[in-house]
Design a protein around this ligand. Structure first.
Ligand SMILES: [Zn+2]
Length: 267
């Protein structure tokens, strides 16, 4: 009588064989699932627009209560638009989506990274061009509809130095803002010709620093394309092959909101 495999052992063996494809691969080179946080923390150093209210945390209580347990709690306040945040399309276009109107599939989708850091290094007010996306497509293929397009300008390396990141560290000063952003043509290309789900970048604004008419914001707003600003850790992402999850605080009828944005890589 074969005692090597009782009916129970046989069932366990079959179950293990069925599970094998789901087990993590150990050989060198096997891709592993990784999650990257593309979000700056919110604290007193977080960069806001020079005319906006910065993040503020008031400690309500932090310590023993005298009733046998510890208790911590804070009050927070800030502008919608500062730190890593979402721009709702309604921010620059009447009638477009507010924060709580945005369908979740616009905020959770496959992502790509287009790197313009070398150009932004030479020109701090660099306007991201249509050709930057066409160059990317010539190497990686056409940008499919419903992608989240992230642009790396290298500005995240300047965080949290306000003078270097914004161009000015003076409260209220909007005359000396200096950083890269999307050109109007690039915004139209992504919104209309590629049908992107959302866009994001590692600078304070979709429009570049010197902008006075905010053309990129208006194009994206009219096309109901949400924007993610002040994202980070883009240098650790591949050009494609990852998924973005960007969930803002669900502010009812908000024009923007603090955002937690992550990227998921691997199988
Ligand atoms: Zn904003």
């Amino acid at each position: 009588m074969n005692r090597l495999c009782s009916p129970l052992q046989e069932r366990i063996a079959l179950l293990l064989i069925a599970l094998l494809p789901a087990l993590p691969l150990s050989p060198a080179g096997a891709e592993e699932r990784r999650i990257l946080d593309l979000t700056h923390a919110f604290d007193e150093t977080t960069i806001y627009w020079p005319t906006s209210k910065s993040f503020h945390l008031d400690e309500v209580h932090k310590g023993p209560t005298g009733k046998g347990y510890w208790y911590e709690s804070n009050d927070i306040s800030a502008s919608e638009h500062g730190g890593t945040h979402l721009d709702a399309p309604a921010h620059f276009f009447q009638g477009s989506w507010h924060v709580d109107d945005i369908p979740l599939d616009r905020l959770m989708a496959p992502g790509i990274v287009v790197d313009v850091a070398a150009k932004a290094k030479k020109n701090p007010d660099y306007l991201i061009q249509v050709s930057d996306f066409l160059d990317w497509e010539s190497r990686h293929g056409r940008i499919a509809p419903g992608r989240i397009v992230l642009v790396r300008t290298g500005w995240e390396d300047r965080w949290p130095d306000k003078k270097r990141y914004l161009g000015t560290d003076q409260p209220g000063d909007v005359e000396h803002l200096s950083f890269p952003g999307f050109s109007e043509a690039a915004a139209k290309f992504l919104a209309k010709e590629r049908g992107v789900a959302a866009v994001g970048l590692d600078t304070p604004s979709l429009d570049h620093g010197p902008s006075k008419d905010f053309l990129a914001h208006r194009v994206f707003g009219k096309a109901n394309v949400p924007g993610f600003e002040n994202v980070c850790q883009l240098k650790d992402l591949p050009p494609s092959g990852f998924r973005v999850i960007a969930l803002p605080m669900k502010i009812g009828q908000g024009s923007g909101a603090p955002l937690r944005i992550i990227a998921e890589l691997g199988p």
